[in-house]
Design a binder for this molecule. Structure first.
Ligand SMILES: [Zn+2]
Length: 336
């Protein structure tokens, strides 16, 4: 491997057994590789910004070992770009963890720490990406999770065995040795090789519902799991239904029946909502509620009377949109 040394650690005591090494970050194209250099006589010559060609390294999970059998030579100097230098500065040498204690924190606290700080967090899984395999030959497994505690939410990136674990929404996990990193201008938590994940039980953690206001990190391509949903066209409106809903928060916009909330027996609400039964060009029928009606119409639905809403939808026909339709429920709705 050939690369330019963009970061060099102080002397690190390996497992406190008297084996000292320095860690080097080697920039190889756009990839940064970490080398642990044990050979004391080379510590000086492997200085910052020198470009080296290395042979016979031993690959470990997240780094390479330069041992007695390894060979090195120095080649023509290469000047890293400003961006590459910046990238190197944010880099954490995995073995510096031994001097950094992982501290129990909430997600919000952990997101305020710098890359050198290690946090242990307990959180609920609210989103799971598929495992992606990156680097040559798909050698590095990566998985992103959306995690939340009662005060904050974050993207968490896992590697290797941690990425290969099976996660489900609602799992409570305890993760150690996480650090905060900025990716696509957003802060996220990132794991290290030393990160341990335990599945735990914590009844104090609420499950955050992210369907109504999805966190921005879900836009990261890591969470792209599915191809775009299929295209549909609405040709006919079967009926519209404007109704009163309960405004009591615990009733979740329950529809009033005969002037009463079936949940709390309230009668005072004057707030309305609506649904429409629509027929698609393939013959399927779907029921669309206010939020998705707004998407299909491209404007606020008129929810004063059934007839006005019906008129509004008829005037918008035909309506073409993308959506996944399962058991009469629409998701990922985009008007075309
Ligand atoms: Zn109610």
């Amino acid at each position: 491997m050939t690369g330019t040394i963009v970061k060099k650690s102080e002397l690190i005591n390996s497992n406190n057994r008297g084996h000292f090494f320095i860690a080097l970050a080697l920039l190889d194209g756009s990839d940064i590789k970490i080398i642990h250099l044990f050979n004391a006589h080379l510590h000086e010559t492997f200085s910052l910004h020198r470009t080296v060609a290395l042979k016979n390294l031993i690959q470990r999970q997240e780094h390479f070992l330069f041992t007695k059998a390894s060979k090195s030579s120095f080649i023509k100097l290469f000047k890293p770009t400003e961006q590459q230098t910046k990238l190197a500065e944010t880099l954490v040498f995995p073995d510096q963890k031994s001097t950094n204690q992982s501290t129990k924190r909430t997600i919000s606290e952990a997101l305020l720490k710098d890359v050198q700080s290690r946090s242990t967090i307990t959180a609920k899984v609210v989103k799971v990406s598929p495992v992606k395999r990156v680097k040559e030959g798909g050698s590095l497994a990566v998985r992103a999770l959306g995690i939340a505690d009662n005060e904050g939410i974050s993207k968490l990136v896992l590697f290797q065995q941690n990425a290969e674990k099976i996660f489900e929404e609602g799992d409570v996990i305890n993760c150690s040795n996480l650090y905060c990193k900025t990716y696509r201008n957003r802060k996220q938590l990132t794991s290290l090789a030393s990160t341990e994940i335990e599945f735990v039980q914590d009844d104090n953690l609420l499950l955050l519902d992210i369907t109504s206001s999805p966190p921005q990190f879900l836009e990261d391509p890591d969470f792209n799991t599915l191809p775009p949903p299929p295209l549909h066209t609405v040709d006919e409106v079967l009926f519209t239904d404007v109704y009163i809903i309960c405004t009591n928060a615990s009733c979740h916009r329950k529809k009033y029946q005969r002037g009463t909330c079936p949940n709390c027996a309230g009668t005072s609400s004057t707030e309305s909502s609506a649904r429409a039964s629509l027929k698609l060009s393939d013959g399927k029928q779907v029921t669309v509620f206010e939020d998705n009606l707004k998407v299909l119409l491209g404007e606020q639905p008129i929810i004063t009377t059934n007839d006005e809403l019906l008129q509004q939808i008829i005037e918008a026909l035909p309506i073409t949109f993308e959506a996944d339709i399962r058991t009469n429920t629409l998701s990922r709705v985009v008007k075309k």
